[in-house]
Design a protein around this ligand. Structure first.
Ligand code: GLV
Length: 323
């Protein structure tokens, strides 16, 4: 008998076709997530699931599903899954790293540029019919080229953003829980500094850490107050890494100059104060959203699910103690 898999939300057709060749699929071909109750009901009796970051796998959910063997998340992040509970119950968790690195780094840099050069604000200005003539100080932003970029988190995506920064002749500072080896620091042209130094000296600060208890509200009022008044903060990691209230206040009162945000504390809600500000560029969690990349992420998750159910070690195993 074939294994049964729940696909919790729409995925690209190629990935669905792959799954259908290998397993029995229940497909929720929808843009809307199941409610927590419905998710649980649909998962009952399933061997695996291809899930998305809007599905919450709490310990309670995991423990109520004795048959479940794999959660294949279509995302590099997996903070929507209680990893400890999954591991305890021998449920394999997989993610989709690598394929989204460059796309996400592109988007982080796009947000950086947009915030620095006020592109979204300029677009709104023009469309509102407010453009009268060329002026020497019309919508002036700040230079990116030759400035200092501070990267918090130096995993794959942080490194790719560093490479882009290098192309812009930026001075590259970084801070992370683990330091890169000196060869990698040299190749990337990055300098390890304490967080305080990074906050104080960077013109642009971009976040590339996973959401963990240690990184929750990593950037709050205290950290924002240490940044330059001209600083720009970019967040493509996870919303709760930044205290959104504190950031809105810092942007409103000029503690920092601008921000570019792709992720929020309570998605899809956005702190109302942020929506009123001109100096923040807002995007609906789309940093990895190129068609090419999203196709690869879906396919990767499907392959991970099938591998786990066929007793092979999935390529992107998160809870490696089960491998
Ligand atoms: C998206 O945020 C992801 O984790 O892939």
């Amino acid at each position: 008998m074939k294994h049964s898999v729940l696909v919790t939300k729409r995925i690209y057709p190629e990935a669905f076709a792959y799954l259908r060749e290998h397993v029995d699929v229940e497909y929720h071909d929808s843009e809307t997530s199941y409610s927590p109750d419905e998710l649980l009901q649909r998962l009952k009796g399933k061997d695996g699931t291809v899930s998305q970051l809007t599905d919450h796998f709490t310990a309670e959910v995991i423990n109520a599903l004795p048959k479940l063997r794999v959660i294949a998340n279509v995302a590099v992040g997996f903070d929507n899954i209680d990893l400890e509970a999954a591991t305890k119950r021998n449920v394999i968790v997989t993610n989709t790293p690598g394929v989204l690195t460059e796309t996400t780094a592109d988007f982080a840099f796009a947000l950086l540029m947009a915030a620095a050069r006020r592109i979204a604000e300029a677009d709104r200005f023009l469309r509102a019919g407010r453009w009268r003539e060329w002026n020497v100080d019309l919508l002036c932003g700040h230079d990116v080229y030759g400035s200092t970029l501070g990267l918090i988190g130096m995993g794959r995506i942080g490194q790719s953003v560093a490479r882009r920064g290098r192309g812009f002749q930026m001075r590259l500072l970084y801070h992370d829980a683990t330091r890169q080896d000196s060869q990698s620091e040299k190749e990337l042209g990055i300098e390890f500094v304490p967080l305080e130094t990074l906050l104080r000296e960077s013109d642009y600060i971009s976040l590339h850490v996973p959401l963990l208890p240690e990184t929750e509200k990593l950037i709050g009022a205290g950290e924002l107050s240490q940044m330059k008044k001209t600083a720009v903060l970019v967040n493509t990691s996870r919303g709760p890494v930044v205290d959104e209230q504190a950031l809105a206040e810092a942007l409103a009162n000029g503690t920092i100059a601008a921000a570019g945000l792709d992720v929020f504390e309570r998605e899809p809600e956005v702190e109302p104060k942020l929506l009123k500000l001109e100096n923040v560029v807002l995007a609906p969690h789309i940093a990895s959203a190129s068609t090419e990349t999203r196709k690869k992420m879906c396919r990767m998750a499907a392959e991970n699910a099938v591998a786990a159910l066929e007793g092979r070690r999935p390529e992107n195993l998160v809870n490696t103690s089960l491998g």
